[in-house]
Design a protein around this ligand. Structure first.
Ligand code: HEC
Ligand SMILES: [Cu+2]
Length: 357
């Protein structure tokens, strides 16, 4: 190693022959080797080992807000049985990641960091994934798919979903649903609880609207001595009971995460992301609120509309989305259970469930 050779003297330099100098040179060489070759190599090796301790297939995924391109790639194809390690980076803002059908979740993908999640592709199918953080106005468009294929059977019969309840029951979810009956004031589940033993509701609460249930109660003989408000209170209590506190609490979380940005924290349809959605101006529905003279997403505090809708009808709208507006579809992202949970929470905008918000 001819260190210190420079300039015009370089040509005249002859290697040292003195053994002492040669020993020193060897020592210097060793240090240089360690400094510039072995140490960095070990670092890289260690890094690589850190990021891939198993024999997982590493897939890089970039989380961009939809206006910056969304997920890249937005379709990931892996083989059945493969161990997959997703390394997810975010160049812009904080995102989240979830593959609901596989129960895989990364709560936070911070800008400039790489979040990792590992799983085994143990089921064949097409599994939607989505961002779980409200990263931008069109956050809910931030979706992609993981396709798990069996190399031995690359063309399986396509997945079939049972038709949603609203289709099975042939409910027209695009029809207006004004309530035939509205309560004098906001029904209270707490007040209704004290009357619940006296007034029995025997109808199916999922397929009937609250307004229909009221109509049936009103023509019954037994509750004749009770006021309209009292019947409504009992209905509010019945709905809360049927859902259960746990379901309502879970629905509240889902709503805050996925719906509030459009429908508003208090359900008034005035969330910041709900403004100027395409198609709203052409809507004939009365469920949406007006904000600054513009139509917004459905107003869940609008008693005259909400009490005319059965849970199944609301489910249909959430399942399918659309309505010619910016309402996203949730069928591929929500389990049935989550669907009912979010609906049970939406009811708290018309029924007083005594929740703390
Ligand atoms: C991107 C904005 C946006 C998001 C996010 C969104 N919605 Fe909507 N939603 C709308 C719009 C727009 C409508 C149609 C307004 C109308 O029918 O007047 C709508 C309508 C609805 C309706 C129909 C109400 C009715 O009585 O006709 C339901 C139910 C509903 N949304 C539930 C949800 C739930 C639950 C979530 C979250 C899981 C959600 N929405 C997320 C925009 C949104
Ligand atoms: Cu997002």
């Amino acid at each position: 190693m001819w260190i210190g050779v420079s300039g015009k003297n370089a040509d005249h330099y002859s290697p040292p022959t003195d053994p002492y100098i040669m020993k020193r040179e060897f020592f210097a060489l060793t240090i240089l080797f360690v400094l510039f070759v072995a140490f960095p190599a070990s670092l890289f090796g260690y890094q690589a080992w850190l990021s891939n301790p198993s024999d997982a297939r590493v897939i890089m995924l970039t989380a961009n807000a939809p206006s910056n391109g969304g997920w890249v790639p937005d379709t990931i194809r892996v083989n059945l049985g493969e161990r997959v390690r997703l390394r997810i980076a975010s160049p812009d803002v904080v995102h989240g990641f979830e593959i609901p059908a596989l129960g895989i979740q990364v709560d936070e993908i911070l800008p400039g960091h790489v979040a990792e999640v590992e799983f085994i592709a143990s089921r064949v199918g097409k599994f939607p994934f989505a961002c779980t953080r409200w990263c931008s106005v069109d956050h809910w468009r931030m979706r992609g798919n993981i396709e798990v294929v069996d190399p031995n059977n690359p063309y399986p019969t396509p997945q079939t979903f049972a038709p949603p309840l609203y289709q099975q029951l042939k409910i027209d979810i695009d029809a207006l649903h004004p309530a035939q009956n509205v309560p004098p004031s906001r029904p209270s589940a707490a007040r209704g609880a004290s009357l619940a033993g006296l007034i029995v509701i025997s109808t199916d609460l999922r397929t009937q609207s609250p307004s229909d249930v009221f109509a049936k109660l009103r023509v019954d003989d037994s509750p004749k001595s009770y006021s309209d408000q009292q019947l409504w209170d009992v209905i509010a209590f019945a709905w809360k009971q049927a859902a259960g506190d746990e379901s309502i609490a879970k629905g509240q979380q889902l709503y805050a995460r996925d719906c509030a940005a459009c429908h508003g924290e208090l359900g008034k349809g005035n969330g910041p992301a709900g403004r100027d959605l395409p198609g709203l101006a052409a809507m004939q529905s009365d469920t949406h609120s007006m904000q600054d003279g513009k139509r917004g997403p459905a107003d869940f505090t609008n008693t005259a509309q909400m009490l005319g809708a059965s849970d199944v009808l609301l489910q249909g709208k959430i399942v399918r989305g659309g309505m010619g507006t910016g309402m996203p579809e949730w069928r591929t992202l929500y389990t049935d259970e989550e669907m009912w949970q979010v609906i049970s929470f939406i009811r708290s905008f018309t029924f007083d469930y005594g929740l703390t918000k």
